[in-house]
Design a protein around this ligand. Structure first.
Ligand code: MLT
Length: 306
């Protein structure tokens, strides 16, 4: 029997892949062969010596001590692309929220509307139109940094919304470049992308080269009044540099899928609790991809996406 230790709630569609005659899957189990998890932060000490593989039901692996695993010969799997559509949809929601004051309008009706007559509601509508107007995305420029599974979907959707789309990805594979629409204009560096974009969306992992990528120096390159969207990782941005860019008006707004204390209470920042991959479909896709990889590894020794 193979033993799989799970952390976090893993979609049953993925768990069902482990046949009961060969696998024991539980959130508490002695001498596990493998660990399957989503966002649980795993410490080196929490990885039993019996573990040979860890599967992350998501794209990023920054909650896993990967260097330590490599030293110990523990294979780390991830699920690239399995939640890309879910994240893309939330990024597009972020774009829409930054162009129109949808949240302000909803709050206004919810707070001011109850108990009003039809006539009074009509007046509420008239006032609301004056207060909560916005601007359209069509015709604006979207700069996408990182054209992997999620970034390329965001870029293509930007085109469908009538936006001009710029893309930057020095590590773009030939296959990905081939699949990507020719209408996504490639730029060579961050300064060019930032200075030409009304909206900038980050789609990068956190690596040595990308940590604090959006730093004080780079914020100087933002087109005045532009919007930054970060649905990748909070460590891609230098928080203090962003606060200064927002205070000076260089940035109009910051839309992020990670709450940071420095931004709480700011009207020009929207923060979500890392909801990008939180759809039933994405959770299923990730769990199935990881279960398939763990089974193939444990039973056949094959390694994919490690
Ligand atoms: C990812 O890396 O794909 C996301 O962090 C997934 C998640 O929210 O669990």
């Amino acid at each position: 029997m193979y033993k799989i230790l799970t952390h976090n709630k893993i979609s049953v569609k993925g768990l069902d892949k482990f046949s009961r005659d060969k696998y024991e899957v539980a959130s508490e189990i002695g001498h596990p062969d493998a660990i399957m998890l989503r966002s649980h932060k795993l410490t080196p000490e929490a990885i039993a010596d019996s573990v040979t593989a860890i599967g992350r039901a998501g794209a990023g692996v920054n909650n896993i001590p990967v260097d330590d695993c490599t030293e110990r010969g523990v294979v780390v799997f991830n699920a690239p692309g399995a939640n890309a559509n879910a994240v893309k949809e939330l990024v597009i929601a972020g774009l829409l929220l930054s162009g129109r004051d949808i949240l302000g309008g909803i709050k206004y009706v919810k707070e001011e509307g109850p108990g009003l007559t039809e006539d009074e509601l009509h007046k509420l509508v008239e006032n609301g139109k004056k207060q909560y107007g916005g601007a359209e995305l069509a015709g604006k420029t979207l700069g996408v940094v990182g054209l992997g599974a999620i970034g390329s979907l965001v870029a293509e959707t930007g085109l469908m919304l009538g936006m001009k789309v710029l893309g930057l990805d020095p590590a773009l594979s030939v296959e990905a470049a081939w699949r990507l629409s020719r209408d996504v204009e490639r730029v060579e560096n961050m300064q060019t992308l930032l200075s030409k974009s009304d909206y900038v969306s980050l789609h990068l992992p956190v690596l040595e080269a990308t940590r604090n990528l959006i730093n004080k120096e780079l914020t100087e390159s933002f087109k005045p009044g532009s919007v930054l969207l970060n649905f990748s990782r909070e460590k891609l941005v230098d928080t203090q540099a962003l606060v200064a860019a927002l205070d000076s008006g260089k940035l109009r707004s910051y839309i992020s899928d990670f709450p940071m204390p420095e931004f709480l209470g700011r009207k020009d920042v929207i923060q979500m609790p890392h909801l990008g991959a939180s759809t039933a479909e994405a959770e299923e896709n990730c769990a199935i991809m990881i279960a398939d990889q763990l089974i193939d590894f444990l039973e056949n020794g094959n390694i994919k996406n490690s």
